[in-house]
Ligand binder design. Structure first.
Ligand code: GLU
Length: 440
């Protein structure tokens, strides 16, 4: 962190603060963790060295300074990123996250994961991701709006309905997408709804988009239960993370008859052997500034205790690097379903596999979000909007189909589902690239 005192605006002495993210330890580096899995799949596919080089490379990296006038009159400059990993299957697609630890390695990994995710589930997009290094919880709505608008304006030539289409991710929501849509539309002098997905329904959003990622988590888990001969009503579930993915997944699991024995958020874990009333937990969190702190329907446990619970299903729906070589041995669940991107490290993967735990990998398990983003983009371009039933029906069908393909690919190659998913995805993008050829 460094700061310079500069005279600014009507005598206010403002501080320009530059945030330098703490360097990541190698074992936590999400790009490396993505590449380790990529390498295993590339070997199975016997991927040509040139194709290997091409598919592991990032197509474009945009880093932009985002200056924002804060409410107190000071100026702050945030670091913004947009990384396009690959566009072979179509325009690039991926969310934007606001978080204090956003850095280039994380955004690069997340962009590549989007490429594989879109390929696994069969939507015609390439992969991208964006982010701003900031602490959105300390910012007012006005500051967030100015930051979002300036980030969008800086990247105006990158975004576009046929080029690169952002969406929500960690700490971003429908309102942020609405500001992005408006800023883009003002610049191009027309309302361009298809430039962003995950926006409010009133301005071109899709029914069911908000619940889509959690719904995909539930659908893929039900498919896994079926393969393992488990009945949802006999299963206990622990969900890590109570944001847009975790809270919806927990509710949908509960609707299917599963018993949710534990949930968590940044304030800690909450356990009730008799089952937690998810609707009550959601209402409580809503009323308490999105925190479960003090939730009366459960006893407090730690995050580590939650991951080690003797449950049938463990759903890490928070963030990267949660199940590691340090705690993977303690995991007792039969199914781990990755609602978050990258919650399991490669070392932990090996341990979970040896324990015979079925891991539904992130690039499959959480692909429901981008699937309904695709539906939203289609609806915007047609100007014709579907009912929630139609959205959910098509989502369930696509997720179930993707699950079966990945499960079968894993069996065929004698590998874990994660590697099966990478094999399918890499092969699809490689085949598409061969058809398109290399423009010289
Ligand atoms: N951020 C979500 C993800 O990681 C959704 C991306 C999108 O809809 O484009 O999959």
């Amino acid at each position: 962190m460094g700061s310079t005192d500069i005279p600014f605006r009507r005598g206010v002495r403002a501080k320009a603060v530059y945030q330098e993210p703490a360097p990541r330890l190698d074992k936590d580096n999400p790009f490396q963790s993505m590449m380790e899995r990529f390498d295993v799949a590339a070997e199975i596919l016997n991927l040509d060295p040139g194709l290997y080089e091409y598919l592991r490379s990032t197509s474009r990296i945009h880093i932009t300074s985002v200056p924002v006038m804060m409410d107190d009159g000071s100026l702050r400059v945030f670091q913004g990123y947009r990384v396009i990993h690959n566009e072979v299957l179509g325009p690039s697609k991926g969310g934007i996250r606001f978080a204090p630890d956003v850095d280039i390695d994380e955004v690069k990994a997340l962009a590549a994961w989007m490429t594989w995710k879109c390929a696994v589930v069969g939507v015609p997009f390439g992969g991208a991701k964006g982010g701003i290094n900031c602490n959105p919880h300390e910012m007012s709505p006005g500051e967030l709006e100015r930051m979002t608008r300036r980030y969008t304006a800086n990247l105006i030539d990158v975004f576009g309905p046929e080029k690169d289409i952002p969406a929500p991710d960690m700490n971003t929501n429908e309102q942020i997408m609405a500001w992005l849509l408006d800023t883009y539309s003002m610049h191009v002098r027309r309302t361009e709804t298809a430039v962003v997905t995950g926006k409010p329904f009133l301005i071109g959003g899709s029914r069911g988009r908000r619940e889509a990622t959690g719904r995909g988590v539930m659908t893929t888990t039900l498919a896994a239960m079926q393969r393992l001969g488990l009945r949802p009503e006999d299963c206990t579930v622990a969900v890590q993370g109570f944001g847009n993915v975790g809270s919806v997944a927990a509710q949908l699991f509960s609707n299917k008859g599963c018993k949710i024995v534990a949930i968590s958020d940044v304030s800690g874990g909450y356990y009730n052997a008799e089952g937690i009333d998810i609707a009550a937990a959601s209402a409580f969190s809503e009323e308490h500034e999105h925190s479960l702190e003090g939730f009366p329907g459960a006893e407090k446990i730690t995050n580590e205790e939650l991951l080690a619970l003797d449950v049938d299903v463990l759903a890490p729906c928070a963030k990267e690097n949660q199940i590691t070589s340090e705690n993977a041995n303690d995991v007792k669940a039969k199914i781990v379903v990755e609602g978050a991107n990258g919650p399991t490290t490669p070392d932990a993967d090996t341990i979970l596999n040896e324990k015979g735990i079925l891991v539904i990998p992130d690039i499959l398990a959480n692909a429901g979000g981008v699937t309904v983003s695709y539906f939203e983009w289609v609806q915007d371009r047609q100007g014709y909007f579907w009912t929630e039933e139609r959205v959910n029906r098509r989502l369930d069908r696509m997720m179930k189909r993707a699950f079966d393909k990945v499960y079968d690919a894993a069996e065929e190659h004698g590998v874990a589902m994660r590697i099966g998913a990478y094999v399918l995805a890499i092969k699809k993008v490689a085949d598409a690239l061969k058809l398109r050829g290399i423009y010289a």
